[in-house]
Each structure stands twice: as C-alpha cells, then as structure tokens.
Ligand binder design. Sequence first.
Ligand SMILES: [Zn+2]
Ligand SMILES: [Zn+2]
Length: 330
Amino acid sequence: MRAAARFAYAVCAAAVLAACGSSDAADPSAVPPGITSPPRAEQPAGCPGTGAALQVLGSGGPIAEADRAGTSYLLWIDGEPRLLIDAGAGSFLRYAQAGGKLATLDAIVLTHLHADHAGDLAGILNSGGFEGRSKPLFVAGPDAAPRFPGMETFITRLLGKDAGAFAYNGGYTDGTENKPALAVQEITTAQGTGAPAGLDVSNDFSVMAHPVHHGVVPALGYVIDVAGKSIVITGDQSAQSERFLNDLTGSKPAILIAHHVINGDDGQPRGLHRTPEQIGALAGALEPGRLVLSHNMERSLNPITASLEAIGRAYSGPVSVAFDLDCYAL
Ligand SMILES: [Zn+2]
Ligand SMILES: [Zn+2]
C-alpha cells in the first residue's frame, strides 16, 4: 500500500471509530461494521522464541505495489526457521529481515510456479550456499503442464550444471561444491483433482500437499500440522477446487490463509482465484480459528469493507489482512 493510501486508511478508520465511539479499537483483528481499514492481527514483539508460528514474508501478488513482497511464508518452531512455503518475487529481502536461514530448514515447498510465488527461489538458495549446509534439502512443487515446467524440470533449468540459468550453483543438484543436494518431489495435480500427498519432511511437523484448481496452472495448497494445530494455506486457487474444499471441510484449522486477489467485480473471476464471497464459503466450510487474507492486491484491498461483508455471509470468525513480516503464533 502506498504511504498516502495507508495514511488515508488510518485517517478513515480513526474517523469512523471517533464517530461511532467504538470500543473495538483495542482489538485490531476485530471487524467493526463500517471500518474501511484492513484489519490487522495484533502482533507479538517478534516471532516467538518457543512454540510454533507462521510468519508472512510476502503478503502481495504479481503486481509490484508499495511494500508487499510476492507470496512467501516461513514456519518457525522454537526460534528456528523450519519450512519455507513459496518464495515470491521480493521475498528474498523479507526472508533476510525475518532471520531466515537455509541451515535449519527441513524443506522448501512451492504452491506453483508463477513468479510471484517462485521468483526469489534462486536468490534464497544462492544465499544459503554461503552457510555450508551439507544435509540434503527437501523441495516440493507441482507437476508440469503446457508452459509450466514440473518442479524437477524447474530446478534443472534453474540450477542444472550443464544448462541451468544459474549453472554456477549446480552443486545443489548433486550435493557437491559445498551445497546441500535438493531432494525434489513433484506432486500430481490433475487440475485440482489429484489426491493429497503427504510429504516426509520432518519429525516435528507434517505437511500435506493438496492439489487445487488455478486455471491451467498446476497448483497446490498445503496443510501443516504442528504442535497439535493445523495451518491451511490455500495457495492461488479458484472455487473449482472442489476436492480441496471437500477434503478439508470441518477440519477446523487454527489458521486459514486464503489468497485475496480479486474483488469479485464484473469480469471476475476468470477461473484463477476465489472472490471474497468464495473465500467466505471456504472459511465457512473449514471453520478456522482465524481467517488471514494474504496475496493482497490494491484492487482487492481498496474495497475491503465490501470484501469483508461478502466473506461474512458464510464465515463469522476473526479475519485479518496479512502484512509483510506479520507473525501468527499457534
Ligand atoms: Zn499469485
Ligand atoms: Zn498464481
């Protein structure tokens, strides 16, 4: 959001609060009627030193807008970064600001191979090459479709020693040159009808990849179970992701992170994303403890009041809009 736009939101929210005399100001995650400022969850001083937390590294989308990096999330357990989900353009800087380290990661998993989700993977791996890690690193992503390489080919084209774009980092393909070998798993997506796949990543948490429908793009959502709680990340998905919805209905995750890309105006959706109303339907079915709207674009944030109303038709729990580096403790 531009500084001016953020200021306008703040002024507007303050004006409405003053006019209404609302007492909800103490809880920024509440969504009082008439508030036009994006509700933001109350933030801890830092991601917790103990326990598990999901940190939003990038809360934005493909259009370069103000202070939002492309999609990326980091799972922390007891103060160590353990799982990176997506590495969208711009997330390299947020990863550094958060204290991301390749040394302690169990895995990097990608929802799909749009640049706003995968564009900074090479930079993050390049940085990790200086850490001297030798233990193999698990990497997962979707399978191939026309104009989208599968995850294995993507890594080969990026890092392959013969013809990779960054062939000089080819040690990642075979565990040589002081780099950890990448163990790549490709998930069959079948346009969102494929079976969920459990990923053997860690003894401390579990990761399940759920194929979703994102137009012609092979794409995944992820469910992470840690410390007896679960986090659902929708990834980019349309409402045609029926298997995802059916498989997770009633699962009551602690957090549902949904990608809030479009506002449902005429001409939308085009089979790529859920409208706010369709996000609400998903949240109503899954019954999360909190719905977090991420992958925010100006076109979806500007009418945030209408979006929250649309979401509220099927879901009445807490909703917050993600900002870069926000932290959600479990
Ligand atoms: Zn996206
Ligand atoms: Zn996408």
